[in-house]
Design a protein around this ligand. Structure first.
Ligand SMILES: Cc1cc2nc3c(=O)[nH]c(=O)nc-3n(C[C@H](O)[C@H](O)[C@H](O)COP(=O)(O)O)c2cc1C
Length: 181
């Protein structure tokens, strides 16, 4: 079996897709990858809106700056996953927040879910890009986001039109410290 880290290294953000639809089974595997994600006290605060209707994608695209490299992906990917989080539940010990990192760990939990989803997509031949630069309030209105939730990222998913190129990474020595920072 291929080393897991080799799969991770090979994943790239993909912003251009083939027109092929995503088979139901592969889509379900993406949802399973989110389902099994770890989270603070297993709160599982994620909520996903699957956008396949072209008119909804077009409305969502209006909330993304046209200079965002992911702009076109919003209307060309066969499916956009709007990743939302319930606020005020993650990070709590009983009724209070249990960490100095304060109010809420929902962004952390959603980040983990995102990474599972993107890596699962890559492992089955799908491409994704996380889009975080858009008007979150306006996009939330498009998907009828209820009070108490945030729309955090839009994740276009489709079969890659090309193999992405790897942006440079820091060397391991640059971010690893031993025994003391
Ligand atoms: C939280 C987050 C937000 C991002 N927002 C955008 C975005 O708005 N538009 C875009 O084109 N890419 C976006 N990206 C993708 C990053 O640019 C990309 O992951 C990074 O350049 C590394 O490239 P790689 O994914 O191919 O390794 C985002 C990634 C993350 C994790």
């Amino acid at each position: 079996m291929e080393q897991f880290v080799e799969i991770l290294k090979d994943r790239r953000s993909i912003r251009k897709y083939k027109t092929d639809e995503i088979p139901e089974e592969k889509l379900n595997e993406l949802l399973e990858a989110v389902q099994c994600t770890q989270s603070w006290h297993n709160n599982q605060c994620w909520e996903l809106v699957l956008i396949q209707d072209q008119s909804v994608k077009e409305k969502i695209q209006k909330t993304v700056p046209s200079i965002n490299p992911g702009f076109k992906a919003i209307v060309t990917a066969p499916i956009i996953i709007a990743l939302c989080g319930k606020v005020g539940v993650s990070g709590k010990i009983g009724k209070d927040f249990g960490s100095k990192f304060g109010k809420d760990w929902f962004m952390y939990d959603l980040g983990l879910a995102t990474q599972n989803l993107c890596n699962q997509a890559h492992a089955t031949g799908l491409g994704t890009v996380v889009v975080g630069w858009f008007d979150h309030e306006k996009a939330g209105e498009v998907i009828n986001l209820p009070e108490g939730y945030e729309l955090v990222t839009l994740i276009p998913v489709g079969f890659p039109d090309h193999k992405g190129t790897s942006p440079e990474r820091k060397s391991i020595e640059e971010f690893t410290h031993h025994n003391s920072f």
